[in-house]
Ligand binder design. Structure first.
Ligand code: URA
Length: 248
């Protein structure tokens, strides 16, 4: 067993363990479905089990970002006061990593550590995310970009509200357009439903390759949830393996 395999199994609380010889690890890719408008018409069991669509209310999205380059986009986010979150946070948290990355990981919003340091996923959940990246041969900043749905910390770590998401989303959309990732991985329900523009349970969205405006989108658990529910790490590992298979 190599160091990374051992690391992965330890991270998943599955090591030490017995492995039956000759039983290959399955690396099946997920079924691919079209999202958004087509999704309702596809008679796939995955889509069929999705609950009724609840539209996320549209507030006042920030405007004038669709043509910005990186420096102007960063400055616009830095100076943004478009929603009520800005008044309660220390600074905006733009995103970090390789601006031409193939892999884009999207979280929910900054927590206390991220608010203090100005970088996404630098607290405990960030450490687990780094370990998840390592488990599939990736490293923060190296062909990987990490961003959040909202750029300002919601108070008391509450979920961002629908109007805050709607306001902030154009920033992430512009980041995605500039990065042109080959794959987006949404971490947790808020990231997933915000990108898809519809309400659903995380369980119903996993194990499917969604389509985010032409870019494959895989949905898995948020690292903070995995810290609270370590037994779910094995499912996240399934999702990561499927992402690797897809990228091959
Ligand atoms: N949780 C998130 O969703 N994003 C962060 O940046 C940190 C914690």
């Amino acid at each position: 067993m190599n160091v990374r395999d051992e690391h992965v199994l330890r991270e998943l609380s599955l090591y030490p363990l017995w492995v039956r010889r000759g039983v290959p690890v399955q690396e099946e890719a997920f079924p691919v479905v079209q999202e958004a408008t087509e999704a309702a018409q596809i008679e796939s069991p995955v889509v069929a089990k999705a609950p009724a669509v609840v539209e996320i209310p549209v507030a006042e999205p920030v405007s004038g970002v669709a043509a910005l380059d990186w420096p102007d986009l960063k400055e616009k986010v830095r100076a943004c006061e478009a929603c009520k979150l800005r008044a309660g946070c220390t600074q905006t948290v733009f995103g970090v990593g390789d601006e031409q990355a193939d892999w884009l990981f999207v979280g929910e919003g900054p927590g206390a550590d991220e608010d203090a340091q100005g970088e996404p996923f630098v607290g405990q959940a960030g450490k687990l995310l780094d370990n998840m990246l390592f488990s599939i041969g990736l490293k923060r900043g190296d062909n990987v970009y990490i961003a959040n749905i909202v750029k300002c910390r919601p108070p008391n770590n509450r979920n961002p509200e629908a109007d805050e998401i709607a306001t902030c989303l154009p920033y992430l959309q512009r980041q995605i357009a500039l990065i042109k990732p080959k794959l987006i991985i949404a971490l947790g329900k808020v990231a997933a439903t915000s990108l898809l523009g519809r309400e659903a349970t995380l369980g119903s969205l996993r194990e499917t390759v969604h389509d985010y405006h032409g870019t494959p989108l895989i949905i898995t658990y948020h690292p903070a949830y995995l810290l609270r529910s370590p037994s779910e790490k094995a499912k996240a590992w399934v999702d990561l393996k499927a992402a690797v298979a897809l990228m091959r």
